[in-house]
Every structure is written in C-alpha cells, then in structure tokens.
Write a protein that binds this ligand. Structure first.
Ligand code: 4NP
Length: 158
C-alpha cells in the first residue's frame, strides 16, 4: 500500500511547498518513490490556485528541486486520505487538530519534531520577512526533518 504524506502550512505558498519538494526528493533518493506519495495544502484559502512565493521557488531551484503544484486548501477528506499530515508550527498543529473529523485516519505530526534540536523545531513563517534567508532556513530544516521522518517510518517506528 502506498503511504501518503500531506505537508501543511498557513498559506501553502512558502513552507509547505518547500517541505513537499524536499520530501519528494528525500523519498526519491531513498529509492522509495513507488511507495510514497506527497502533496501539500494550506490552512487558509487566501492563495488557492497560486504558485509558491517567488522566494520559495528560487530556494527550490537553487537546490535543484522541481516544483509545479499550485496552492490548495485542506479539506476534511484529506484527513482520511492521507496517512501523515505535517504542520510547520504550533498554530498549524492546533488548526489541524481542531479541523480533523472525529476518528479520522491521518496522524497529525509537527515536521520539526523529527531530527531537529528542540530549540529549532518550529519551521517559522518566512512570508513577512524581508529577503529569502527565512526560506533557506526552512529548506535546511526540512532536509533534516524529512530524512529523519523517513528513516523512522521505514523502521516502522510510526
Ligand atoms: P506559508 O506562509 O504558510 O509558509 O505559506 C504564508 C503565506 C501567506 C500568508 C501567511 C503565511 N498570508 O497570510 O497570506
């Protein structure tokens, strides 16, 4: 059975597209592309249909990650389709927990809880920051966390 991962952030134009692209790449490098599917979505609907922020696109491009998806908003169906739904910060997690239909299948996890130091677990929203340093930081956090998650998942620890 293919396992499905959904990356979530507030707008689906900064952090979760990067997390999606990094997870796709991590899975591909592990030779597991036939066993996993990855998507991303937003908590809010403001940017539905839009491509990621230019700074997210340039960060992905810089690291050789292709990205074609457009923003969409999470639906209640997602909570039963996906096996793992990842938030980027505490606000995402409380939004996900309050939207999850009772008894739904998905495990709700904060991405930074995998592989990162406690002080570095929050993948902060870079949208309102000037420049692209926050996007590079989010990328670096995603690289560590996606690798750590995949190792745990393959070892059946989750
Ligand atoms: P993201 O960043 O959640 O990482 O995609 C944001 C993008 C847009 C907004 C907030 C956060 N916004 O309020 O429009």
């Amino acid at each position: 059975m293919v396992k499905q991962i959904l990356m979530i952030c507030l707008g689906n134009i900064c952090r979760s597209p990067i997390a999606e692209a990094v997870m796709v790449d991590t899975i591909s490098k592990a030779g597991l592309s036939n066993e996993w599917k990855v998507d991303s979505a937003a908590i809010g609907g403001w940017h539905v249909g839009n491509s990621p922020d230019q700074r997210a696109l340039s960060t992905m491009k810089k690291h050789g990650l292709p990205y074609k998806n457009k923003a969409r908003q999470i639906t209640s169906k997602d909570f039963n389709e996906f096996d793992y739904i990842f938030g980027m910060d505490d606000e995402n997690m409380s939004d996900l927990e309050s939207r999850a239909p009772a008894g739904s299948k998905a495990k709700l996890l904060m991405l930074g809880n995998f592989g990162l130091e406690k002080s570095d677990r929050i993948i902060e929203d870079p949208y309102y920051q000037r420049g692209d340093a926050g996007f590079e930081k989010a990328y670096q956090q995603c690289v560590v966390a996606c690798d750590a998650f995949l190792k745990d998942a393959v070892a059946n620890k989750l």
